[in-house]
Design a binder for this molecule. Structure first.
Ligand code: PAF
Length: 294
């Protein structure tokens, strides 16, 4: 496994490979969710590039950039064991050298949900993802379902900028009680950690109700709210039932797929999760065909 930290080295190493290349962009602090992206890339491609870069431009002024977990040594050990070919670990000044002033902005899709609570976040994501795709030149790039709005935004920019890459969406990895894997889970205390399973329970309850025939987004949204409210520690930030392609909030019953997403605070930790209805869409082919397809 080759570990490189400059753009020139990445281009040089990348150029040595003629076959298909898969890219898994990450911010490190790797867990099973990231490993599932790496494994999907390894099984689809001749070689795999992983990037580890805590991108400062996607953090707001009041967010946890400095506190974001950095576990580079463990990350590299994991990636080596997974058979990754190249790991790119640039510094912030390597990615944003003096004079840098170009931004990529996906306008409407970046505005609601996470974008509304985290102004500038998706501009930071869209800009760094465009740069990483241009540097790595992959055939396919792998993103996790957990950041569903990110998937939708990336899909749009890839289509709009005519980038020659396939965006693949990999299902959320979960703990045994259903909690979605996240590098932020480590900040939960024991009591918050056991309460945090309520996100999955709430999404699951709404999914079951959908399966039983309920098609009214207001009913499904309320069910998620009331399930979360039953946990004393949990404070709902938002619950959304939206169109998985446009991310527009749904208010009328319908048979098209729905994206249920929510964020919930446990003290200072903000957890995010989502699920597509109907339930069978939460598979790799279902997600790749449904989430933000353009
Ligand atoms: O999903 C993430 O970890 C980040 O948003 C990404 C895609 C690596 C861009 O910094």
């Amino acid at each position: 496994m080759k570990v490189v930290s400059t753009r020139a080295e990445l281009r040089e190493e990348r150029a040595k490979y003629g076959g298909s290349v898969g890219l898994a962009p990450t911010m490190g602090a790797l867990h099973r969710g990231h490993i599932s992206l790496v494994r999907a890339s390894r099984s689809d491609n001749d070689m795999t590039i992983v990037t580890i870069f805590v991108n400062p431009t996607q953090f707001g002024p009041n967010e946890d950039l400095n506190a974001y977990p950095r576990t580079l040594k463990d990350d590299l050990d994991l990636l080596e064991a997974e058979g990754v070919d190249i790991v790119f670990t640039p510094t912030a000044s390597e990615m944003y050298p003096p004079g840098f002033q170009t931004q990529v902005e996906v306008t409407q899709l970046s505005q609601g949900l996470e974008g509304e609570r985290r102004p500038g976040h998706f501009q930071g994501v869209a800009t760094i993802v465009t740069k990483l795709l241009n540097l790595a030149q992959p055939k396919s790039a792998y993103f996790g379902q957990k950041d569903a709005q990110q998937v939708v935004v990336v899909r749009r920019l890839v289509a709009d900028l005519n980038l020659p890459v396939l965006v693949e969406v990999i299902p959320t990895e979960r703990e045994p009680d259903g909690l979605a894997m996240s590098s932020r889970n480590r900040y939960l205390d024991a009591e918050q950690r056991s309460s945090a399973a309520v996100l999955f329970r709430a999404l699951g309850a709404a999914s079951d109700r959908y399966t039983a025939g309920e098609r009214h987004p207001v009913v499904l949204r309320n069910l998620i709210y009331t399930t979360i409210a039953s946990e004393a520690q949990a404070e709902v930030d938002y619950v959304s039932i939206a169109d998985p392609q446009t991310l527009r909030e749904l208010s009328l019953p319908g048979d098209s797929p729905m994206l249920a997403s929510l964020t919930v605070r446990f003290g200072r930790v903000r957890l995010l999760d989502n699920m597509l209805f109907p339930a069978d869409l939460n598979s790799r082919p279902g997600l790749t065909a449904t989430l933000g397809s353009v």
